[in-house]
Design a binder for this molecule. Sequence first.
Ligand SMILES: Nc1ncnc2c1ncn2[C@@H]1O[C@H](COP(=O)(O)OP(=O)(O)O)[C@@H](O)[C@H]1O
Ligand SMILES: [Mg+2]
Length: 235
Amino acid sequence: MLEVHGLQVCYGAIQAVRQVDLEVQQGELVTLLGANGAGKSTTLLSIAGALKSSGGRVCFEGEDITGISPEQIVRRGLVMVPETRDVFADLTVKENLRLGAYIRRHDLVGFRKDIEWIEELFPILINREEQAAGTLSGGEQQMLVIARALMSRPRLLLLDEPSLGLAPTIVEQIFRMIEKLRQSGLTILLVEQNASQALRSADRAYVLSLGTVAAAGRAEDIASSSDLRAIYLGA
Ligand SMILES: Nc1ncnc2c1ncn2[C@@H]1O[C@H](COP(=O)(O)OP(=O)(O)O)[C@@H](O)[C@H]1O
Ligand SMILES: [Mg+2]
């Protein structure tokens, strides 16, 4: 579904992503791990079209999407939830969700159906639809930005550190929700610092180090490699 070949991304003179090759098959949950600064966010942002690459190719569902606009990429069904977790603070939860459905804003029946689906997936958001998003807790805001992304009905979801800075019980809820999404057939590329949790949920994993893929394999194999854990994952 997603193929990334020889991706390179620079910030001025700094090459944050040197050589990234990865693929995600339809229906998979793949996790991208690595220390702070390894280039995980840069990789996701570049796949989503938010950062221009300086080399390499990104293909989605068999088509080359390298260099096309983020909006075009969203319309094709590839949607990213950045680690910045930005809700529209002054808008209500429902209004935030409506904006997520913007690209299919004339589909009112679909919108209502999706709201019901969202309420099932994110019980935490029930009864909060009229509340200003800025007044939600960190965990609730994280749920909302994921829910908002789902309103555009992605086929591939890129999640950047959804558990960052959240309390352990909320982290567990987030991972349970990610597993539910995956069971519903959504394909997911998940960036995480929380390697143990991510490896428990994922089918396969890539480990990034200094902008290159240092290791790749089945999640259970990566999880059981004590060398990998010690060198790259700090665990
Ligand atoms: N906006 C930016 N300007 C300059 N350098 C950046 C910027 N964003 C990230 N970097 C650098 O690029 C490298 C990779 O960063 P990032 O992709 O955010 O890593 P990760 O998400 O794995 O923590 C780091 O060295 C970081 O300092
Ligand atoms: Mg990051």
